[in-house]
Each structure stands twice: as structure tokens, then as C-alpha cells.
Design a binder for this molecule. Sequence first.
Ligand SMILES: CCCC/C=C/CC(=O)SCCNC(=O)CCNC(=O)[C@H](O)C(C)(C)COP(=O)(O)OP(=O)(O)OC[C@H]1O[C@@H](n2cnc3c(N)ncnc32)[C@H](O)[C@@H]1OP(=O)(O)O
Length: 364
Amino acid sequence: MSGTAMRASQKDFENAMNQVKLLKKDPGNEVKLKLYALYKQATEGSCTMPKPGVFDLVNKAKWDAWNALGSLPKETARQNYVELVSSLTSASQPSSQVEPGADRKPSAYETLEVTSEDGITKIMFNRPTKKNAITTQMYHEIMLALKAAGKDDSSVTVLTGNGDYYSSGNDLTNFTDLPPGGPEEKAKNSAILLRDFIDCFIDFPKPLIAVVNGPAVGISVTTLGLCDAVYATDRATFHTPFSHLGQSPEGCSSYTFPKIMGPSKATEMLIFGKKLTAREACAQGLVTEVFPDSTFQKEVWTRLKAYAKLPPNAMRISKEIMRSREKEKLRAINVEECNVLQERWLSDECMNAVMNFLSRKAKL
Ligand SMILES: CCCC/C=C/CC(=O)SCCNC(=O)CCNC(=O)[C@H](O)C(C)(C)COP(=O)(O)OP(=O)(O)OC[C@H]1O[C@@H](n2cnc3c(N)ncnc32)[C@H](O)[C@@H]1OP(=O)(O)O
């Protein structure tokens, strides 16, 4: 952004979030609380969360900071965030490259744990008590983490989950946070978010590996078709219950799945919602290799560390030549799938399915 008088765009906001991670000097708790509050206000609006108890000191301080912003408009919060980061970066010049391990700062992400070592940036979904369901905030954080990982000095990037699940897919409570424009505006915003999220996978420049540590549902399955290799524990399952949810395929799976496994197997998954075991998913080409759960982590990370020692530029260039012909096509498919879903989210079929889950009447 040139000059603070201009309104900060979403891109400025995302750049500012990246810059925070590059700060060489800890800005101190007061500033970190201010950044947290502005971030929450800019992405979620006014604080409506219940106040944490007096003994929950950290969360209470965060809540107080966010709540103090009252009804500050999201755009103003975004602008203030960008300006605050700008003042911090001019006081402490960031390095032009992400240093190894820079992503380990615990304050950088709330829903992810991102670490970088041995040439591998690991992006771990970190909402284990919610089966790593992906909230709106988490979509934004994954996009940020992927953009940072695409530019850092690691050779490969890994997506994995904390706890017993890889991810249970879209967090269905996302549908309950309605903006002033109601369901229509929500559906439109969600379609834009989904399009941008999937574009980050399509455009990811280095080997992107999924380490599927447990069951995967919905969008966490479809995005596997955009990864370069998928290693799974034999405890993992792969489930895309879109029809059950009144929804339709996303993540370019309407194209990648028939291509990977043939149209009839893709139909069983994407239309009839058949849940695959890890071995079935491997036989159908969605999963690269399956490991016994007892040795999964050890075997996979040993292998990944060896792969990460290969010349990074060669790997990047090989990926580019393998994938570049498809990129434009994938982007167009992504847009088409998002348009269809935008309609689907407003359908009775979808709304009833979400309500049934939220009222605890239905689980997959
Ligand atoms: C904006 C872009 C939109 C892109 C669209 C993508 C489409 C999809 O991803 S479709 C897939 C959506 N996912 C689901 O429908 C899964 C719903 N969850 C379940 O059916 C079950 O939770 C489970 C089978 C995954 C796990 O069952 P289990 O009995 O083992 O555990 P629970 O007690 O149900 O879960 C613990 C805890 O986590 C909450 N939770 C789990 N998954 C979700 C989710 N997807 N959305 C919201 N919340 C989820 C669950 O409610 C429990 O919470 P509480 O402890 O507070 O009750």
C-alpha cells in the first residue's frame, strides 16, 4: 500500500500479517494484544464471545483487548492493523527472507502450528478437540501459512493434523455467523474465500505433501487431489459426503478425482459419499502410500527428511513442468465449483443438513 491515507486492501492486510512473523524484535505483550484485537475485529467483527473467567488470565486479556474495540468497523480495524504493523516494521527492519524456524513463533497462528526444520515446513492443523474442523479464521491462516511456506527456504511443505483426525473438513458452525446481508452475502463471501483458498493449492510452487494422520472429511479430502504426494496411516479414512450435506464437490475434485481414479469410482465418492479406507484410497491413486499406524510418523518423517535434502530448485522446476499445463484449467474449474456451491449453500437441502448437525441430530 502506498501511504496510510489509502484504505488497506485484503492483500495489504495479508502482507501485514506476514510481516508480523518477520519482526526481529518481540513487540511486547501490549502491542501483541492490540494486534490480536485488531486482527479479530478485522476478520470476525465485534467481540461476541463470552467473557473468560478471571483466572483465565491470557484469554481474559485477549478478550478485553478485542472487546475494547466495540463496534469498530472491520475495514477500519484492518486499516489500523496495517498501520500498526507498518510502524513496527519501520522500527525493526525485517529480514527479506523468512529465516528457518521463524514460523515457530507461537503467536503467529491461532489455529495452526507451523514449524520449519530439516528443509521441511510443517503446517499442522491445530484444533484437535474439534477434529481440526476448518473455521473461517483457519482458512485465512492456512492461506497465509502456504504463501509464507512457498517463499521460505524450505524444500518441501507438509500439511498434517494434530490429534486423532487429519481434519473433519469445513467447520459447519461457519454457516451460523451471518453478516448483515444474511445468507446470500454469507454464501457469496464463502465462495470467494473458497476460491482463494483453493487457488493457494493450485499455485503452490514446491512439493506439497499431505501426511494424513487420521480420518479426513470434505475439503480436507478434495485438496489431496492438489497435493503432490499423500502419505496416510492405515487408520485414516477418506469421506466426501457432499450429497448428504446438500452440497457439491469443491477443491477441483470434480476434475481431479475422475482423472485420478476414473469416473465411476469418483462418482461413488463425490456423489454417493462412499467412505474409503486408506488402502482403498491408495488402490485408487488418491493416496501415495499407506503405513501402519504404529510406525506411521517415524517412517514418513524419515522419508520426508531424505526427500528434503534433494536440490530444491530441481524439485521446484520439476513440479512446475508437471503441473503448469493444468493450472489455468484448474483455476477455471475452481471458479465454476465455487459458483455452484454458492447456490447450493442457499438450498433447503444444505441448510437442513447443517441444522441437523448443529442440533446434534446428525453426524456422518
Ligand atoms: C468456506 C468454504 C467451504 C468449503 C466447503 C467444504 C465442504 C466440506 O468440508 S463438507 C464436510 C463437513 N464436515 C462434516 O460434515 C463433519 C461433521 N462432523 C461429524 O460428522 C463428526 O463430528 C465426526 C464424524 C467428524 C467426528 O465424530 P466424533 O463422534 O468422533 O466426534 P464429535 O464429538 O462429533 O466431534 C468433537 C467435536 O468437534 C466438533 N466437530 C467435528 N467436526 C466438526 C465440523 N466439521 N464442524 C463443526 N464442528 C465439528 C463436534 O461438534 C464436537 O464438538 P463439541 O465437543 O463442542 O460437541
